[in-house]
Design a protein around this ligand. Structure first.
Ligand code: ADP
Ligand code: ZN
Length: 364
């Protein structure tokens, strides 16, 4: 397995490994048994992932003599709430799970966020490990310790920073992932290509076909690069006060689009539309070149992601949503714009006229 070490400043105890490989789940069990000892392992997963992998992973842990229990919750975004937390925690209490336990999140972003959140508060916090099974979770949400559940008032409103003890990325899980879910992950990978550097962007351009076909070596290299990039940003700015905000590229408009569509547009599709919008704004406000703009648009197209929004979604609705979001961001709408590919920066002074004009342009 490839190993990427995430070092948190002056907090060696909070540093951890991101291990990446193909068909490595047996090895993952061994590493956990060896390096992450606990009196009880609580494997928490959603109903889909449980059906596909719950038994296998549970079997691996139990065969190693580890005291392991599987807890399942209903698959889907709507499970990422406090009711699910209470249900899972209730089961943990019944099982007598105490602070010597380690929780293991097996699944996509929902399982990761939910288990991370439970781990951050259960008996004033217990350790947890991430085993992400979606591309999106493997390259993004399992790394960096952001945990949260949604409230009726909005997404991710209840949460904490709580770093996992380890992240194990097994690319074999992706073989059963539906295409739409794979595309969600691709959108985040394109985002890294745009904000990291031109070299990685060019790799994505050149290897697009192999990535789409899930060529094992190419995908593995791309996932590893993505994890390395994300970990580098988290190391500099764990708590999202500065540079980590560039990871929001495409997400300001993206989140508004997702919400305005009543979450019928997937996160990846919304982020792709948001990136296309951010590129337009960058052209208007900071001289982002037409050449690079065309390359970004082409890459989004090649990966089969959208750049346009349906005319049925009102511009006012998007602008409303953008303004709602700023409550969390200190009264400013923060856009991540580009000077060039690989040179993102945060601009919180985008005039409303430019925002509206851009939203109009991305509708068709
Ligand atoms: P995300 O990782 O995109 O935030 P979820 O955690 O909601 O999203 O996972 C997306 C969907 O994919 C869920 O229905 C989940 O059960 C399913 N899923 C997760 N991993 C796999 C996998 N390896 N194979 C098939 N389906 C999966
Ligand atoms: Zn995202």
């Amino acid at each position: 397995m490839k190993k990427v070490k995430l070092n948190l400043n002056k907090k060696i105890s909070l540093s951890y490994d991101i291990c990446i490989g193909y068909n490595v789940i047996d090895q993952v069990g061994l590493i956990i048994a060896e390096n992450h000892k606990a009196s009880h392992y609580v494997l928490i997963t959603d109903s889909n992932v449980s059906r596909l992998y719950g038994g296998v992973v549970l079997g691996i842990f139990q065969n190693l003599g580890l005291n392991t229990t599987l807890i399942e919750f209903q698959a889907g975004e709507t499970s990422k709430n406090i009711q699910t937390v209470l249900s899972v925690v209730g089961q943990m209490l019944k099982l007598g799970v105490d602070r010597d336990a380690i929780l293991i999140a097996l699944g996509g972003g929902v399982a990761g966020d939910l288990v991370g959140f439970i781990a951050s508060v259960y008996m004033r916090s217990v350790p947890y490990i991430q085993i992400p099974t979606t591309l999106m979770a493997q390259v993004d949400s399992s790394i960096g310790g952001k945990t949260a559940v949604d409230l009726p008032d909005g997404k991710n409103l209840l949460g904490a920073f709580h770093q996992p003890k380890a992240v194990f990325v097994d690319l074999k899980f992706l073989e059963t992932l539906p295409n739409t879910e794979f595309n969600n992950g691709l959108a985040e990978i394109i985002k890294y290509g745009i904000i990291d550097n031109l070299k990685f962007f060019e790799t994505l351009e050149q290897k697009a076909d192999a990535i789409k076909k899930q060529d094992r070596d190419v995908l593995s290299a791309v996932v590893e690069h993505s994890c390395r990039f994300k970990k580098k940003i988290v190391e500099i700015d764990e708590k999202d006060r500065g540079i980590r905000r560039i990871l929001n590229f495409g997400h300001t408009v993206g989140h508004a689009v997702e919400a305005a569509s009543g979450y019928t547009i997937s996160h990846g599709n919304a982020v792709a539309i948001g990136m296309a919008a951010a590129v337009r704004m960058s052209g208007k406000l900071c001289g982002f070149s037409i050449g690079e703009r065309e390359r970004i648009w082409r890459l989004i197209d090649v990966f089969g992601l959208p750049r346009y929004l349906s005319l049925t979604i009102r511009t006012d609705e998007i602008v409303e949503r953008l303004k709602m979001d700023k409550k969390k961001e200190g009264d400013k709408i923060n856009f991540v714009l580009l000077k060039r590919i690989g040179m993102p920066f945060v601009n919180s002074e985008v005039p409303e006229a430019i925002i509206r004009e851009t939203i109009e342009e991305i509708k068709r």
